[in-house]
Design a protein around this ligand. Sequence first.
Ligand SMILES: [Zn+2]
Length: 86
Amino acid sequence: MIVFDLKCSKGHTFEDWFGSTQEYESMKEMGELECPQCGDSDVTKGLMAPAVAVSSPSDAPSCSADPGGTPGCGMGGCGGGMCGFE
Ligand SMILES: [Zn+2]
């Protein structure tokens, strides 16, 4: 599964999940993609976001899973110092 940032011709942005880029292409081809805000089917693909949750700092899954010292933690990867890494 991959998530795409999509944007309609009116500038609304939203995300949608697809099984593959090909699935996205065929849905677009069939006009099955539409903006949830205005129903516009002229939707274009923006940046492809990898399937990682970086939008929610409270999750910090990689850090809390390895409190002993995840390499990224020292670099502020955890934000709130959840790793106990000084
Ligand atoms: Zn729209």
